[in-house]
Design a protein. Structure first.
Lengths: 351, 640
């Protein structure tokens, strides 16, 4: 925690993106989280991803629940829309906002307590419905704000700071997301921005429900030996299945790759996720094999990271509901009140 | 790259750009913090120990520190030039310490209680000689300073106009030196070094300056001689009160600081139409940018790219001068040649001309058969570090050593010569130079509290308030700059980034959480795979393109990566250390003090005498130190 506001001075080479902003313009207030918190690294990754994607800050809505993780939207995208909701209820507020205005980019930020305990039902249903959003879980396995009790994502056998082992089975949010029908599922580590930033970029561009489970060590209560969510443990047990590069639709793909090393996943909007395989037998377009792979490795104590699953034919809630392709607040009286004839027609269809 | 050795004194010294650039290596951020804290006497003493003439330098220094200042690399600038990257006003803050200090005489060294029997002669009573005297006299050396003038100060007294440097400041600071038991023989011009050598001094220091102005041998020079003066001679004559007026129309030839002093003095002695005419372009002029600004502020135009061809006169009465118009062309080596543009010559009318086109060294008083060798430019052969000439016990310093430089270089030379003399007379090899003294102390007080003020001020450089121009131009003895008042000084001092508070990294404690990298406002910090320097510089968080600034490289961390910090634009805000969960980053104050003459500069010298406890001045002592009353803060239009 710091009292000093980050100086506005910046590196002389700090560049502007296509919409005229520097990376610093995507920052928020100074963080009040503990020094070294993984969440701050995730905030930095979100800032970097949004800058790289040339997103205009006013086109983003960031929503969160309650917890350390849910405080972080205050620390990035200071010029975007924000909504700090009730504990565990971020997904339904996000769903409503998305239905009302489909033109914004929705960023849900939550933690393991908010999403895997009080909000577990909301987590499941928002994915089932395929709301177009990027849902980032900042997962540290403990309740940091209440001094480090195990959360529902803590692994069985993982030790608390006082040395007590967790006896409950963990909820694996990535596996749950796969089961619930999320069309983009990734897992990453706050200490690996090279993996996390492209993953966030691809998730934002994904036209459906995208979930990234980010293991984010809690420096104060869950970074000791015996913990399975510490910097050291995750670094030692990180099984990255792929490295991805993300190319928005207008960007030409310039990087050179050896033959057979990469798979391209082209999304609806024309953007391309280029995956460099780290495991030859891993297929990120198969939901079933992804689930099996994650479970097999979890049984060995390994944390599988990377882009775990992507459905390049993803559709979202608006498509399923056949809603109008504009934000509701742009509709005029004529569209909202089509008149007696239209009502008569509807009534007739129901008789 | 190999891990950086932060124990080498030069490493952190280079990070303190101002101190590194200062010839005397004055610990600038240290005294600026003291000024901000209102501790002016202590700030003055930090200066006095290092540069001997804080009050004089605070008005006249050539400020090599300011172009080096990091603030001038990190501020924003606008394309229209309205907002510029500007350094901290280091020089004028130094003056604040001198203006507002209390009586500091009890803090100065005492004259030696016992002489050590060694006799040192100093030729010339300028800044170089006075520095030698200050360093050696308190150690017990019997120092005798010879000067042809009546009072000490050398060029500081004779060539810097009083409206920039009041007489009493010179009196005060030369007095502090002479009061250390130094013998000053005024009016004693040394006409023969051979004779002086014959007087049995153990060492002789030559600090006689560069006392001869270049002349301009063009047609009309001889005929109109009575209206054409050499700049430095004329300034001396003004300083001594021999010259009190000048013609209404004056042309100053030359583009250095002497030319600026000449033109501004002319404006005060009756010159109404004063102009400076220079061969070179405006940017290439030798004068410091602020001196040019000051001259132009006083209504003096500077005309460039004009080469003087002839003085025009009617029967010996000067009427003006003719100039050829040129343009500067630079060849591949960057050498300049002036090519005539072919336009018709320009003629400017005037009543008097001041020639300030350069200075030479002159040693008519040094016999050429006593072993002192000279190079082809007529400069003595002097070792750049020891200041020793080809006669082992004769040393040179200041302008006399390597040609015209400035006061702060003269002081630096004086310190070095004093070290050489002290070592030589203690039977030690003078080529071995003493290492500077350094300390590195953590500034941590609490989780987010530091001993230094780590907030980065967003303020732009403040301007020093000036006296009203109509008043200033009436009297050549009225100081034109008013100096910062305490409020302005505080505000300006807060712009200092405290570059001496170093970011010190302990790789063993680092858990690679990226917190420092994420928070750093300047993107200075990277964690990456090692590589050679050229490679690393291009793949950091932000490219490190300023090769003159070092990379701070750590040992390999747990993941095999290294931490690389580009020192170039670090704000020393301490956010990396505040955000570090393990204390791997710490902010530590690096204080470097040069080792001056005395037991500390010797390998096996006599044990240092116990320092005298400082005595407060006795009440019956009449304070002679200048003190300026703190004025009530008045908003000044100059500063708005």
């Amino acid at each position: 925690m710091t009292y000093l506001a980050k100086p506005r001075l910046h590196h002389p080479t700090l560049a502007k993106n296509r919409v005229g902003y520097t990376r610093r313009d995507y920052e928020g207030k100074i963080s009040t989280l503990c020094a070294g918190c993984g969440h701050d690294s995730i905030s930095a990754a979100i800032i970097q991803a949004c800058w790289e994607l040339d997103i205009e800050p006013h086109r983003v809505a960031k929503l969160s629940g309650i917890g350390c993780s849910s405080k972080t939207p205050d620390y990035f995208l200071g010029n975007s829309h924000g909504f700090n909701t009730v504990h565990g209820r971020m997904p339904s507020v996000l769903t409503g906002a998305n239905l009302a205005n489909r033109e914004l980019i929705y960023l849900g930020v939550s933690g393991d307590g908010d999403s895997a305990s009080i909000g577990l039902g909301q987590f499941a249903h928002v994915l089932r419905r395929g709301v177009n959003m990027t849902y980032i879980v900042e997962n540290n396995g403990v309740y940091g704000l209440t001094k480090g009790q195990f959360s529902a994502t803590a692994d069985k056998g993982s030790k608390s700071k006082r040395g007590r082992a967790n006896t409950d089975a963990p909820i694996d949010l990535a596996s749950l997301a796969l089961v619930m029908g999320a069309t983009f599922v990734g897992r990453s580590f706050s200490g690996d921005k090279a993996q996390l930033v492209p993953l966030i970029r691809a998730a934002i561009a994904h036209p459906g429900a995208a979930v990234i489970d980010v293991v984010s060590p809690c420096i104060a209560f869950n970074n000791h030996s015996g913990s399975t969510k510490s910097y050291d443990y995750v670094r030692e047990h990180n099984e990255a299945v792929n490295r991805l590069d993300f190319f928005p639709q207008r960007e030409e793909i310039t990087a050179e790759y050896g033959e057979g090393e990469v798979t391209d996943v082209r999304q609806h909007d024309g953007s391309v996720i280029r995956l460099r395989k780290l495991h030859a037998d891993y297929d990120p377009t198969s939901r079933v094999s992804a689930m099996a792979y994650i479970q097999e490795h979890a049984a060995r104590g390994e944390v599988v990271t990377g882009l775990l699953y992507v459905d390049n034919e993803a559709a979202d809630l608006h498509k399923q509901l056949n809603t109008i392709d504009r934000a509701l607040n742009t509709l005029g009286a004529a569209e909202l009140c089509p008149g007696a004839a239209a009502l008569e027609k509807i009534n007739a269809s129901l008789r | 790259m190999n891990p950086t050795d932060i124990s080498a004194p030069d490493y952190f010294h280079k990070v303190v750009d101002c101190q590194w650039a200062c010839p005397a290596h004055t610990p600038v951020p240290e005294y600026i913090r003291l000024i901000a804290a209102g501790r002016y006497s202590e700030a003055y003493m930090v200066n006095w120990v290092s540069n001997v003439f804080p009050g004089i330098l605070g008005r006249t220094c050539d400020r090599p520190c300011e172009p080096a200042c990091r603030r001038g690399r990190v501020e924003d600038e606008t394309p229209d030039g309205r907002e510029r990257k500007e350094p901290v006003a280091i020089c004028r803050l130094k003056r604040v310490a001198a203006d507002y200090k209390q009586d500091i005489r009890h803090l100065l060294p005492q004259p030696a209680a016992q002489k050590n029997g060694r006799r040192i002669a100093c030729v010339g009573a300028g800044p170089a000689s006075l520095t030698v005297a200050r360093d050696l006299a308190p150690l017990g050396y019997e120092v005798v300073i010879y000067d042809g003038d009546a009072r000490a100060g050398g060029m500081m007294r004779t060539q810097i106009p009083k409206f920039r440097l009041p007489e009493e400041v010179i009196d005060e600071e030369t007095g502090y030196v002479l009061d250390l038991g130094v013998e000053f023989r005024s009016g004693a011009y040394i006409a023969s070094l051979k004779d002086l050598l014959g007087e049995g001094y153990d060492a002789i220091f030559v600090g006689s300056g560069a006392p001869r102005g270049h002349d301009l041998d063009i047609p009309g020079r001889k005929e109109a001689a009575k209206s054409i003066h050499l700049g430095i001679d004329w300034l001396a004559s003004v300083a001594f009160g021999h010259t009190t007026s000048i013609g209404k129309r004056v042309i100053v030839l030359g583009g250095g600081n002497t030319a600026m002093d000449c033109c501004r003095s002319s404006r005060r002695l009756g010159g109404e139409d004063v102009k400076v005419i220079v061969r070179s372009g405006f940017e290439q002029m030798k004068a410091s940018p602020w001196e040019k600004e000051d001259a132009m502020h006083e209504g003096i135009p500077i005309l460039n790219n004009l080469v003087p061809k002839a003085f025009t006169h009617i029967g010996g009465r000067l009427t003006g001068a003719t100039f050829e118009k040129v343009r500067a062309v630079f060849d591949e080596q960057g050498r300049r040649s002036l090519i005539p543009t072919g336009e018709p010559d320009a003629h400017f009318d005037c009543d008097e001309v001041l020639v300030a086109v350069g200075q030479d060294n002159a040693f008519p008083w040094i016999e050429r058969d006593i072993g002192i060798e000279f190079d082809k430019w007529g400069l003595p052969k002097v070792d750049a570090e020891t200041m020793q000439s080809t006669v082992p016990n004769v040393f040179f310093g200041g302008d006399a050593a390597f040609g015209p430089k400035n006061i702060i270089w003269a002081v630096a030379h004086g310190h070095q010569a004093a070290v050489s003399i002290d070592r030589m007379l203690n039977g030690e090899e003078i080529a071995d130079r003493p290492a500077p003294r350094t300390t590195l102390v953590s500034q941590k007080m609490g989780i987010h509290q530091w001993i230094y003020d780590n907030t980065v001020s967003p303020d732009r450089r403040l301007r020093v308030p000036l006296r009203d121009i109509n008043v200033a131009l009436k009297n050549i003895k009225i100081e034109v700059e008013l100096g910062f008042d305490p409020q302005l000084a505080f505000q300006e001092a807060q712009r200092c980034l405290n570059c001496d508070v170093q970011t010190v990294f302990a790789p063993k404690l680092c858990i690679e959480c990226d917190a420092c990298m994420d928070i750093c406002p300047m993107d200075c910090i990277s964690f990456t795979i090692n590589g050679d320097e050229a490679d690393l510089r291009h793949r950091l968080s932000a490219p490190a393109l300023d090769a003159s600034q070092d990379l701070y490289v750590s040992d390999a961390l747990k993941t095999g990566r290294i931490m690389v910090k580009d020192e170039d634009v670090c704000l020393h805000c301490g956010l990396c250390a505040e955000r570090c969960p393990t204390g791997a980053w710490d902010m530590q104050k690096f204080l470097l003090e040069m080792t001056h003459a005395g037991p500390g500069c010797r390998n096996a010298g006599a044990p240092p005498p116990l320092p005298e406890p400082p005595q407060p001045p006795s009440p019956e002592q009449k304070p002679r130190a200048r003190q300026k009353q703190k004025p009530a803060p008045a908003p000044d239009p100059q500063n708005a």
